[in-house]
Each structure stands twice: as C-alpha cells, then as structure tokens.
Design a protein around this ligand. Sequence first.
Ligand code: ZN
Length: 278
Amino acid sequence: MPDLSIQEIVTGVNVALGGVCNRGIISQGGNVLVVDSGIAAVEAIPLRAAAQEYRKEGALYLFNTHPHGDHTYGNQVFADCPIIAHEGVRNDLVLNGEQTLANWKQNPRMAAFVSDVTITPPTLTFQEKMTVFVGDIEVQLLYLGIAHSPSDSVAWLPQSRVLFAGDLLFNAIVPATPPGGNTAHWVHALEQLEQLGAAYAIPGHGPVQTPAALADLRHWFITVRALVGEAIASGWDRETTITNVSASLQEIAPRGTEERLPRAIEQVFAEMSQNASV
Ligand SMILES: [Zn+2]
C-alpha cells in the first residue's frame, strides 16, 4: 500500500491519498473533520496523525460517507471522537458489521488488512442533513439515499464548492456495485450532486478530476442501463447479457478496472429484470 499523501484542494481542505479509498481532512482554527477512516488501523493511524497536525485545542470529528469496510474499518482509531454518519450507516454496522467483517476475513485480498478490525459504528447520526462548522468552514453532510450502498451521503463545502462525494463517484474506473445499492437511484443521486455546482469533486476511488466526472459517470450508468434493457427485451439470460454488454461497454464507454464490469452488469440486470416482472 502506498504511503499517505496529503493534497491541498483549497486552504484548509485536503484530500488524503494513498489508501484503498480517498479520504479527507478539513481543518480551520485548530478544529478538524476527517472524511472516512480507511480500511484498517494501518491506514487510519497515519491519517489520524496527519489530522492531529492540524488540530490544536479544537474539536476532532470523523464522518463516514457510507458503511463499506474500506471507508469505516479504520474507525476504531477515532473511537474517542464523535463519529458522524447517516443513521443507515450506524444501523448497517450494528446489524451486519460482524458478519460482513467475517466475510472480508475469508477474502484472500482483504484478510491481511482486516485481521485486527473492531467494528466501531458512528455515534452521532442524522437523517437528511447535518451541518458541521469546522472553525469557519461550513460542511453540509447530505444524505443521498440508497445508491452505491444502502446509505450514501456526501460532504459539501458551499464556501469553497468542494464536494467529497464518497463512493457515489468513481473517476475513470468502473464503479464498484456491491449488493445493497441501486443503480437507478445512483443516477438520480449523481444528478443531485451535479446541481450543487461543485468546483472540485473528490471521488471515493480513482484520481481526483474535474466535477465533469459526475456527469461522466451518470452517462455511463445510463448507457449500461440502456444496453441491459435492450438485452432483457431481446430475451437474453443473465450470462449472455453480461458477456455481450461487457464487450459493448469496453468498446463504446471504456473505463479502468474492467474486471468489475460483470458484477456491475449483473446488478443492473437484477434490478431491471425484477422491475420487468412486476
Ligand atoms: Zn463503497
């Protein structure tokens, strides 16, 4: 894993790179809000140390954009701070956290990261919106619904127009579509994020690019849904749809991490064939 590196977006607003997911450190006047903790203590300890550099006598908060382990399994390193998230993130970690962690421990790619994780759910929850003032920096935490995960929210800084989009935005790569999300809602969530008029949009994964990446991902999902819709109308089964749509997408809408395409197409196929049968 590469070392933590901090990239300043605007004064007081930093993206923390080098982890499995992109994270953030927002600070002003000795107060700090960290966006997502990372996949394990091994990622969260240097993140906390970087946050402490900005923290003087003020407050330190952690915000979780959504419940997935690569964003919340470092929470234990922030257990002495308020951990803020949508109530769905807490519910997911309380109800499913231990089982999900057990599954991750069975995954050879993940096991080494998560061996010492203690599930640490958020302690301060909201339903639609919460505003945190980090010194003079206004940070709006906005709930966007079930999209990439069962509970997605973002951190929006209206003064600097910086958006920490969590995993609603994957730049330049095929998005992860784990069970529990909904791609139709995800398209709607991206529309809402585009309307914020961000000057900077920080993705949960992938390089930091311009906010045009939001519309780019939305158009990609619309393309996937159109192709899968045609496949279902043609009577193709799931496997044929995955094979053919995957080939089409690589030609007309290529993105990195193409190994995720089958799972993304499978998710859309499940959603759309379920709707078609209602
Ligand atoms: Zn995620």
